[in-house]
Design a protein around this ligand. Structure first.
Ligand code: C5P
Length: 401
């Protein structure tokens, strides 16, 4: 959630400022880009040099900067607009009150007034200051402005008193930001099951019938869906691909029958199912339990039909949005539409092997999205990651809440 997010961290003058070193480190570790503005008082509690080193950026605290005889302006408007998210931690009673009233006599407050992004404050102060009606009123005003408050926690305070007012721990602040960002995503709260890759149908313990599917399209869909806030189950046939995103649960399978069993296991709780796997249509009827030996000049393997996974889910569906893929070589549109109907899908993604750069193994794909009302949306040749995002946007447009 925080990967490549531009975070403007505002630090004010409270003892909890020492925790911002850990906070900065966590944000950087989570993949964010961090720039820091400090109020002049905060430098008494934490060193700008430490924060500049940890954030890998210059730390700013005044409107002007004098260097080698020249005077430069620290542009609060540019900083405020640069940020995807502004976090003021710790937020003292003084800064909260000044943010609420629109005061603007330091760089941090000027950035706050210029920022158009979501703003979060993590208050930190002594318990009576926190409880004071004026502080509570400031917090309420800021929430009315649309800012978010990361509540102070209870515990031992710098004054020696015990009560509410401790700044939330850096881990809690990061978790709060991640949850807030996730909640803003188009697929927040949605569960998506994706089948991906080939299936291997055993002939004997060492041989199988398989296909050239790399799984790249299904994995790209899983990653894009997670990036758009979904909780993803990826039922994957054998591939060389890896998933790092904790929002994606990979269920490895080998055969079509296993893929069918696993897909059905989770189907009821899903909102969306996308069948991107290249499932074998047939499997050897009696896989040998020992390695087959060479005998005659020819051999026969009797094949039986595999379950059509997406069609079987189509028969069971109770409101899930079901999307299939159709890889065609001729009469593409007509075959795709026929499949959509026969499998009771809500949409089908057509890719034609006639298009160069589309299909198995490649990093690009050229698809056409067709929904059940025959609305046809063709796309240009793009990377599979871009195709995945396009497809998910098409699905999102058609979801009933
Ligand atoms: O009928 P055809 O195999 O061309 O349909 C392709 C679509 O059906 C894909 O979405 C694929 O994942 C799915 N499919 C399936 N189970 C099968 C065969 C195909 O889910 N046995």
């Amino acid at each position: 959630m925080l990967v490549s997010k531009r975070i403007l961290l505002g630090i004010t003058g409270g003892i909890a400022a020492y925790k911002t070193t850990f906070l900065t480190r966590l944000l950087i570790q989570a993949g964010a880009e961090v720039r820091i503005v400090m109020t002049p008082a905060s430098a008494d509690f934490v060193s700008p040099l430490t924060l500049a080193t940890l954030s890998k950026n210059e730390v700013l605290s005044s409107f002007v900067r004098e260097e080698d005889g020249t005077v430069d302006w620290n542009n609060h408007v540019e900083l405020g607009l640069w940020a995807d998210l502004m976090l003021i931690a710790p937020a003292t009673a003084n800064t909260l009150s000044r943010m609420a009233s629109g005061a603007c006599d330091n760089l941090l407050l000027a950035c706050y007034l210029s920022a158009k992004c979501p703003v979060f404050v993590a208050p930190a102060m002594d318990l009576d200051m926190y409880k004071h009606p004026s502080t509570q009123k400031s917090l309420k005003t800021l929430m009315d402005y649309g800012n978010s408050v990361i509540p102070a926690e209870s515990g031992e305070l710098a004054s020696g008193l015990i009560g509410e007012g401790r700044m939330a721990e850096p881990e809690t602040i990061v978790a709060h930001l991640q949850a807030a960002l996730r909640a803003k995503q188009p697929f927040s709260g949605k569960k998506i099951l994706i089948t991906a890759g080939p299936t291997y149908e055993a002939i004997d313990p060492v041989r199988f019938i398989g296909n050239h599917s790399s799984g790249k399209m299904g994995y790209a869909l899983a990653e894009a869906a997670a990036a758009m806030g979904a909780e993803v189950i990826l039922v994957s046939g054998p591939t060389a691909l890896k998933i790092a995103d904790p929002q994606i649960r990979v269920i490895p399978v080998v055969s079509a029958v296993e893929m069918h069993t696993e897909s059905r296991r989770y189907f009821k709780e899903m909102d969306i199912v996308i069948g991107a796997a290249a499932v074998a249509d047939y499997r050897p009827e009696h896989p040998a339990s020992e390695k087959l030996k060479k005998t005659g000049d020819s051999m026969q393997i009797n094949l039986v039909r595999n379950p059509d996974i997406i069609a079987s889910l189509g028969r069971e569906k109770t409101g899930q949005f079901l999307v299939g893929f159709a890889l065609e070589t001729e009469n593409e549109l007509a075959y795709a539409k026929k499949k959509l109907k026969e499998k009771n899908l809500d949409a089908i993604v057509l890719n034609s092997l006639r298009d160069t750069g589309a299909g198995f193994g490649s990093d690009t794909n050229k698809v056409t999205f067709i929904d059940k009302n025959s609305e046809i949306t063709p796309f240009e040749l793009k990377t599979k990651a871009e195709v995945a995002t396009d497809l998910l946007h098409e699905i999102h447009k058609r979801l009933k809440d």
